[in-house]
Design a binder for this molecule. Sequence first.
Ligand SMILES: CC(=O)SCCNC(=O)CCNC(=O)[C@H](O)C(C)(C)COP(=O)(O)OP(=O)(O)OC[C@H]1O[C@@H](n2cnc3c(N)ncnc32)[C@H](O)[C@@H]1OP(=O)(O)O
Ligand SMILES: O=C([O-])CC(=O)C(=O)O
Length: 371
Amino acid sequence: MADKPTKGLADVVAASTALSDIDGKAGRLFYRGYDIHDLAGRTTFEETAHLLQRGDLPGRDRLAAYTGELEAGHDLGPLVAANLAEIAGRQQPMEALRTLVSLGSADDPDRDSAGAEADLRKAARLTAQQPLLVAAYHAARSGADLTPADPSLGIAGNFLLQVSGRTPERRAIEIFDACLVLHADHTMNASTFAARVCAATLSDMHSAVVAAIGTLKGPLHGGANEQVMKTLQSISPDGVAQAVRDRLAAGEKIMGFGHRVYKTEDPRATHLRRMSEELSADDPTYYRMSKEMEEVVFETKGLYPNVDFYAASVYHYLGIPTDLFTPVFSVSRMSGWTAHVIEQHADNRLIRPDSEYIGRRDQKWKPIDER
Ligand SMILES: CC(=O)SCCNC(=O)CCNC(=O)[C@H](O)C(C)(C)COP(=O)(O)OP(=O)(O)OC[C@H]1O[C@@H](n2cnc3c(N)ncnc32)[C@H](O)[C@@H]1OP(=O)(O)O
Ligand SMILES: O=C([O-])CC(=O)C(=O)O
């Protein structure tokens, strides 16, 4: 008989990875041995994606080659372009992304190739396409033309440009770039695990990241950032403490708090809190409300904010529509998901855990007319 399952697989080690590491007690996060505190604000998202997918922080030449590949991959492909308007009109953002990434596999030049080299190329293309898909979706549903990309801007700057239609300020680009770095990878989180389970059947990278997008969407995972903003918007600025206490007393979860691994502050939240404060100079309401929520949740439940909590007010201050917050998460996490698929394919074994049977036994079959 199988052992008792660990509900939610808590503390179960499901894979070996050289990509990221968390010290949940100390509140530390590392990408390939680099402390997130050293990377955020000092390393671009492109360098971080290269670190995750290709193994190291690139020098100038290799970074230029990699960004050249990203620029070449910044293209929707004919099938996505042909179906975008219809999908944007009928699907919510994360549903649409799930569909569009799946459609995009049809036009991937490596669609019929497997192997490490093809995986590297697909990873770069998917990383370049994800921000474009979000921006193109937003333009299509708004009935607007997509603002052309500016070759002088990187992924962060072009995303802000193409979503808002306006040239973003330098500081906004720096902050958003750091957000992308902070969200890029996080060990065996639910969406990455989903991607690895799919990849471990030797399925292709697009299938694996479609599984990951569907998993990120849920409000217990990446979908929490959108819920945080909705919570902030549903509470009166003068009634934060009471509203939070009431919700907790009613047994509700407060989105953006708690974490399976961190037992102290999520190191990413430290950066995002600071960014939210900086961006709040002209309109401090949501930053102040967030601070108060943080204090009350800690006093009442002893819970710390996770990455999704201050990301919400940061994205709001950056002018990103609330229902694109989780898509923004996917823009960053695409770099991590694809790196995990590369890692899984490179040293694979089917992921197939056991289950504990708790159903009825010894049932006697009867013909349909006797049931
Ligand atoms: C990028 C990310 O995915 S970060 C996480 C984003 N998700 C959220 O912010 C949603 C809110 N948070 C949560 O639901 C949880 O803290 C999770 C999903 C992140 C972690 O879940 P788990 O490790 O399974 O913890 P679990 O949900 O069992 O919570 C343990 C206890 O803390 C409580 N708790 C955990 N998070 C919260 C919260 N945000 N608000 C109120 N209570 C909470 C639970 O109710 C539970 O209490 P109980 O033991 O009295 O029943
Ligand atoms: O690790 C997790 O469970 C969730 C998380 O914080 C992330 O995916 O960034």
